[in-house]
Design a protein around this ligand. Sequence first.
Ligand code: FAD
Ligand code: SF4
Length: 326
Amino acid sequence: MISDPEMPNKAREGRFDDIRACIACNQACIGHFHAGYGISCIQNPLTGREAKLPPPARGPSRTILVAGGGPAGMKAAVTAAGRGHRVILCEAGPRLGGQALLAQLLPERAEFGGLITNLEREIAQAGVQVRLNTRVDRALVEALAPDAVIVATGATPYEPPVEGREDGHVTGAWAVLQGSANTGARVLVADWRADWVGMGVAEKLVLDGHSVTLAVDAPHAGFNLQMYLRSHWIARLHRLGVEIVPDARLYGVDGTTAYLMHNVSGEAMPREGVDTVVLATGHASETGLEQALAGIGVPVLLAGDCLSPRSAEEAVHEGFLAGRQV
Ligand SMILES: Cc1cc2nc3c(=O)[nH]c(=O)nc-3n(C[C@H](O)[C@H](O)[C@H](O)COP(=O)(O)OP(=O)(O)OC[C@H]3O[C@@H](n4cnc5c(N)ncnc54)[C@H](O)[C@@H]3O)c2cc1C
Ligand code: SF4
């Protein structure tokens, strides 16, 4: 009901596939509650904001180009098309979903992929024209001549400078999930975000047979996650034998040594016997298209991680707002 208030009506009409199924993330419903905010839903930002949102823009049907088929772009496209606009959604990659395609690969997180499935169905029903393997650049915008562009180009991994990186084996969380990392037997995951990525990659690696240390730049692993998921995940990592080092920030590597700094005392905490360091050090906004469209003379709206890397919750919310504004 929080995710799809029309659920009972759709069920009564036998339209079970049309129900926007809850993906059991606990983020914006009970997660908000425990954080002291009104409840909402990461898939349905209207929930909890029904009385607060400004009405959608009024005007004739127009052509809207959405660049980026992650959660922000998908939600923007559905919302704009639902208001009668002709919407073209271009995704540079071969599939819609953006980072949610990676999120669903973490252990026990397959259900998160329902975010993509639900939006894909809504996109098809709303009549959005989807163009995969199509990277939007200034020339394409000029050729399509839309009335507005929604930029939802997301983010890519942020890789901090790591002293001595060339002397050790350093890879990234995305590479581990994409199966291109060639990870050694003893792995240290450098987690600077204390969210899903570090814990999830640590769990995946230990399940794949690696010995894993999770070095978290926060008082504990999952510090930025809501409490149910955090506790459940810490328990799983404990049972699986993942060593968790709190308050630890990676700053260098040298052969099989990873250099950590205690993030409060500033003292060095070198860790011997590390074959591979996996960076889970956050994301950096993809701003190239926004810059390329400067001065193009068409309204350009931004949504999601391209504004600032955060979560699917903000991405969907901002996509929804952009789709209402155009
Ligand atoms: C492993 C992992 C787990 C995560 N788990 C969670 C979680 O449990 N809960 C949560 O809320 N968040 C989670 N996140 C974060 C969440 O997935 C992102 O915040 C969210 O996907 C951002 O959505 P977005 O649409 O703004 O950008 P993205 O998801 O990055 O999508 C951007 C899309 O734009 C495309 N693109 C880029 N440039 C162009 C261009 N010029 N033209 C056309 N297309 C372009 C890209 O190919 C990409 O598909 C996770 C992230 C990762 C990596
Ligand atoms: S925020 Fe997640 S768990 Fe809560 S209702 Fe929405 S989809 Fe379900």
